[in-house]
Design a protein around this ligand. Sequence first.
Ligand code: UD1
Ligand code: CA
Length: 482
Amino acid sequence: MTDPHLAVIVLAAGEGTRMRSRRAKVLHPIAGLPMVAHVIATARHLDPAHIEVVVRHQRDAVVGAVEEYADEAIIVDQDDVPGTGRAVELAVAALPADFDGDVVVVSGDVPLLDAVTLGALVEQHRAASASATILSAVLDDATGYGRIVRDDAGGVAAIVEHKDADEAVLAITEINSGSYVFRVSALREHLPRVGTANAQGEKYLTDVVAMLRAASDPVMAMPVTENWRVAGVNDRAQLAEQAARLNAMIVRGHQLNGVTILDPSTTWIDLTVSIGQDTEILPNTRLAGATTIERDAVIGPDTTLVDCEVGEGAVIKRTDATLAVVKAFAEVGPFAYLRPGTELEGGGKIGTFVETKNAHIGRGSKVPHLSYIGDTEVGEGSNVGAGTITANYDGVNKHRTTVGSHVRTGSHNVFVAPVTIGDGAYTGAGTVVRKDVPAGSLAMNVAPQRNLEGWVAANRPGTAAADAAAAAAAGEAAPTAE
Ligand code: UD1
Ligand code: CA
């Protein structure tokens, strides 16, 4: 149920220079979703009456992503005044004037912070009737972070930024994680009075803590138990670390749900993927996007599936597939490349070194070896011979190939589209099918074979081939190869 007295502000205006990227930091994905989408999902779990996202750097791109994942979010544009204090000040001003309650502040670059931790923070804040409650962490190396300065009684006195800290403060190991809960009245009262006279010339949100303290308003700090949950992503190395942590959790979740995953460290599964019971995922497999896999399938090794649908009991080995549908008990690979629009019906097969695109392959039909099948419809129970190419492109336009049901096509065929091969038809090996083949006929257009006897002896004298031919003529075994 929506909590009318709760708002969440997601800070996402910063530049993220250390990513060295043309993409906004919060748009870098982990587990298939931009970091800011993870933070928004966590915010939503708190059921706040308002979610606000503060933007500035790469504004339009960030807004686009926010709207995709949370169209209810209020976008707040930060102005020229830099700093987290200014960001929150503008976000608070954008809340309804009669909003009364608590404001959770989180950063868009802390993707693993979970709703359980934040929920506990809000609960403790409310139980203590605090004006502010800081999510803190105790770190071996606190370099770069704002330090939590406590008084002799253990109460929170201030947060001092690393760049503004003296020796004594730098020795403090309890840091500000950058997530907090504030009573909105405390922010309304104090943020306008926060200045920029500090090492970075920014309006610090953290200055509010000392101001509350001076006004004798209670401020609490709650240390997290798992520091990685509050770790921010500032560069690509940290991006990879957090991605690996989240992936490990996702893999484990599927394992506990009844999916066999042989090698968690080389299996990458997006948050958006679903996998049925007793499916087996073999090493070096990546399952991405809107991929869904039913029960009892076997996927991998060395397989990437992006936005694919896989039916019960299907087997997909060493395959790269995007926007493909593989129905129940069908088989794919090893070494198959399924491009968008591939649909393999139940019990069908797309085999070794086969590429498909916009191809619907009917129930029980097989394309087993060395083929390119594009813009094609294959009926049921047909077999497309080894080494078949659909010549679907005339240099300007793409054309369709239609293969009926219970067709048997020979090896090394070219189907020059547009062309139709009727139900129950056959084609000979090496046929270039340029004309429609009527149902039940055999098509062939390869010239009759001529054997020129004695040609090797006459034209290639002294070669190993000539020697072997001579031995064969004498009824002897061929000479052994060198
Ligand atoms: C901030 C805290 C610091 C804390 C650290 C935790 C302040 C002054 N300091 O420092 O105590 O230990 O986070 O990581 O808050 N942002 C805006 N607008 C701005 C500036 C930043 O929206 O003008 C956003 C950033 O995009 C980011 C978040 O605020 O998501 C934190 O900003 P950042 O510059 O990383 O703050 P730190 O200096 O790390
Ligand atoms: Ca930071």
